[in-house]
Design a protein around this ligand. Structure first.
Ligand SMILES: CC(C)(COP(=O)(O)OP(=O)(O)OC[C@H]1O[C@@H](n2cnc3c(N)ncnc32)[C@H](O)[C@@H]1OP(=O)(O)O)[C@@H](O)C(=O)NCCC(=O)NCCS
Length: 305
């Protein structure tokens, strides 16, 4: 069957069919026992048998039906002379629903049938994936977050996958040599492949530097290093893989290194001139020291403390 193949999508339809099936069978059972009773009346009659006199609002809350549905059920039951009403002793304007004598007699006949039905339903649902438990679980989930909100969130995530998944940026100082080679690979991709810097020059002085790796949702995205020089701490080789640029990975790297170097007197770097706005945004200022390095124009920048 076409619909059955789409499983979750037809959940509402499956539940409706199941409810309809159970209702029909119960109806058949009442008829076979010569009792004039409709399964849809059950919640109202049962609650009234337990609560005696109750307002319409309380009743609709108890049975979980909307106010109009409850009213139309009550009308039917009134016609059948199964319910009546009294005025609330505490508040004259309030009407309380009660069962009639006829209803109480009917309940006497119904009780043994309800016991039989309960037994049959327990037998029917006592399977590995118990239906009652499953319904309670789903209801609990709905309380945590309703279906509408779930659908809206999923739709937003589908529309903005980058925003939705690329927000867990982590930057760590590298202690494991395996991670070091990942950082070096990122730098090679950015400086050697993209910017045509020689590999020898790119990796010069790596042995005396402290290295950093940035990940986005656990995937390598950026790298950098610093060295402690005579003049101060020098941040170098900040590189973010092109597909991760503009998502604050560079900023996260810079912030982490600056934080780790907070006790240093002076923090500086040699910025590629066209990248200097990035450093200015992150608290550095240009000096007058401009020069060419690997044929790329650079400027010395200091962190303003
Ligand atoms: C420069 C680089 C490290 C920036 O990293 P990034 O992750 O793309 O930058 P971010 O997303 O953290 O940017 C932070 C801010 O700086 C700005 N910015 C980043 N790179 C910039 C650049 N080249 N020019 C001007 N502004 C820049 C961003 O627009 C952003 O501004 P906002 O806060 O107003 O939105 C990265 O683009 C890169 O690896 N480039 C190639 C290698 C390189 O040139 N390294 C620098 C060597 S000095």
């Amino acid at each position: 069957m076409v619909l059955e193949k789409s499983k979750s999508l037809v959940l509402g339809n499956l539940l409706q069919r199941l409810t309809e099936n159970l209702r029909k069978e119960a109806q058949l059972f009442y008829r076979s026992q010569n009792i004039d009773f409709e399964p849809k009346w059950f919640p109202v009659i049962y609650v009234l048998s337990q609560r005696k006199a109750i307002s319409v609002v309380e009743l609709s809350q108890e049975i979980g039906y909307s106010h109009p549905t409850t009213i139309s059920l009550l009308k039917e039951l009134e016609k059948k002379e199964l319910i009546g009403s009294t005025k609330d002793a505490k508040d004259e304007r309030k009407r309380l629903i009660t069962l009639t004598e006829k209803a109480n007699e009917l309940i006497q006949q119904l009780q043994p049938l309800w016991a039989v039905m309960t037994q049959a339903l327990v037998e029917l649902t006592d399977t590995e994936n118990n239906l009652y438990k499953a319904i309670n679980e789903v209801n609990q989930n709905l309380k945590t977050k309703n279906l509408f909100d779930r659908m809206t969130t999923i739709k937003e995530m589908n529309l903005n996958p980058v925003k939705a998944v690329e927000n867990d940026i982590k930057v760590e100082k590298i202690e494991d040599p395996k991670l070091e080679s990942i950082a070096f690979a990122i730098r090679r991709q950015v400086f050697v492949e993209e910017q045509n810097v020689s590999q020898e020059r790119e990796s010069m002085d790596d042995a005396e530097a402290i290295h950093y790796l940035a990940t986005v949702n656990g995937l390598p995205a950026g790298a950098a290093r610093y060295r402690l020089m005579q003049k101060g701490a020098k941040i170098e080789r900040i590189a973010v893989l092109s597909s991760y640029r503009g998502k604050k990975v560079g900023e996260a790297i810079l912030k982490k290194i600056v934080e780790d170097l907070r006790n240093e007197e002076k923090i500086y770097l040699y910025a590629q001139v066209n990248a200097s706005p990035f450093y200015i945004k992150n608290g550095f200022k240009q000096t007058n020291n401009y020069f060419l390095d690997a044929r790329i124009e650079h400027v010395e920048m200091d962190l303003v403390k």
